[in-house]
Design a protein around this ligand. Structure first.
Ligand SMILES: Nc1nc2c(ncn2[C@@H]2O[C@H](COP(=O)(O)OP(=O)(O)OP(=O)(O)O)[C@@H](O)[C@H]2O)c(=O)[nH]1
Length: 398
């Protein structure tokens, strides 16, 4: 395979990615900066096509325009990766760097710099942006998945290989003889054809690693979000029923051993339906979120609040006696009643009813929640905006 065929493969590879992304985005909302990434692939596909047509089209298209598009493409790749890790640095760093790189390359072309110098500049610029993208993936190394670490490491290796190719190309520039240093000597020793193979081979690998890596990473992120949704309530961002049960399980097991019990509070907002009916669901949602914040402020770090569904929440209080849990429940009730929720449409006063119990040795999750719920219903029957204690254990249960 000659270099021209390799360039065509790069053009076609990027074009097929563009096509795949077009159909992907056609049906889905934008995710993980996929649009930035799609734009990057379009720039790169156009760049490689122009480079492939070199000799049959004006030089202005096949050199400054083609390389400019290639630089923009890899810079956008880096931007997409920084966006995917939650740090959109496009405007602050990558855009100014791209403008400087474009100006330097066009300057080198206008002033007729020797071909090896231009090749070296091009390789170093592309390597620089590629490494910038790799750094995004390498951030918070110890917390990253194996996939992300593998991608970061291979991108760093490829970026460094391309930078080396650039330095070796510089070694071939006129005037850089064997006395011109290690790069000059090595560059001259390897020869331009081998260096071209190294450069394009690395660029080809870069395309593959970037494409597969980005798509796999997007998939992994999506999976992580789905996994989180299984145990977390999307609206209030506290554990949902399943997540709350999971967190409660170790305390249920500990209840069979002597020591301080774990308490459970179930809270239900009073007449919450009216908020939805009077102000609409979005206001109801805002009220729920705000209520969670109000309640959390009354809790210790070791306590955990979860949403059981609708306007019903639960709080687990590890190593807390019934008397203390009743005090906490009273504090929560007071806070909910005292802090009106300010929304765009209205200031809403709410109250809550609460049922309190502690985990007993003989409890299953069902019996525990049933008892707490009975206390809650008692609080509702007694007129709402109050705390009720669950019935004591019968001698048989005890
Ligand atoms: N805005 C909003 N409303 C919800 C959501 N989930 C459930 N609801 C509503 O919350 C209300 C729950 O009402 P209930 O707890 O059954 O009754 P209530 O009106 O609070 O009356 P009491 O509990 O008897 O004091 C229903 O109208 C549900 O439609 C949600 O995610 N957002």
């Amino acid at each position: 395979m000659d270099i021209k065929t390799l360039i065509l493969a790069l053009a076609l590879g990027n074009l097929s990615l563009c096509a795949a992304l077009f159909f992907f985005e056609y049906e889905r909302s934008k995710r993980f900066g996929l649009s930035t990434w799609a734009l990057a692939k379009q720039c790169q596909a156009a760049a490689w096509l122009l480079l492939y047509l070199r000799g049959s089209i004006p030089e202005v298209l096949s050199v400054p325009v083609a390389n400019g598009l290639l630089f923009a493409g890899v810079a956008l790749d880096a931007a997409a990766l920084w966006g995917a890790v939650g740090r959109p640095v496009w405007r602050r760093f990558l855009l100014p760097a791209l403008l400087v790189a474009q100006a330097a390359f066009v300057g080198a072309w206008l002033f007729d710099a020797p071909a090896p110098v231009r090749v070296a500049a091009g390789a170093l610029i592309v390597a620089g942006f590629f490494l910038a993208g790799a750094l995004a993936l390498a951030r918070r190394w110890r917390h990253n998945s194996l996939l992300q670490r593998f991608l970061a490491a291979s991108m760093l290796a490829l970026g460094l290989a391309l930078a080396l190719r650039g330095l070796l190309a510089a070694g071939l520039a006129p005037g850089a003889g064997p006395d011109g240093g290690f790069a000059a000597g090595l560059g001259a020793g390897l020869g331009e054809t081998l260096l071209q193979w190294l450069g394009f081979g690395v660029l080809y690998m870069m395309m593959l690693v970037n494409a597969f890596g980005y798509l796999l990473l997007s998939r992994q992120r999506l999976q992580d979000q789905l996994d989180l949704l299984e145990v977390q309530d999307a609206l209030t961002e506290v554990p949902n029923r399943r997540g709350f049960y999971q967190a409660l399980a170790p305390w249920m097991a500990l209840a069979r051993r002597p020591g301080m019990p774990t308490a459970l509070i179930i809270l239900n907002l009073d007449h919450f339906k009216r908020v939805n009916d009077n102000y609409g669901h979005p206001v109801g949602d805002a009220v729920l979120k705000s209520m969670v914040e109000v309640c959390k402020k009354q809790l210790r770090d070791s306590d955990l609040m979860g949403r059981l569904g609708g306007a019903e929440f639960a709080v687990q209080l590890p190593r807390t006696s019934l008397a203390d849990a009743l005090m906490v429940a009273e504090r929560i009730r007071n806070a909910v009643a005292a802090v009106p929720v300010k929304t765009e449409r209205a200031v809403i006063n709410l109250t809550a009813s609460l049922g309190v119990t502690t985990i007993r040795a003989e409890d299953s999750t069902v019996s525990l929640f049933k008892r707490a719920d009975e206390a809650l219903q008692q609080a509702k029957r007694d007129g709402r905006n109050r705390v009720a204690e669950a019935r004591a254990a019968s001698p048989l249960e005890a």
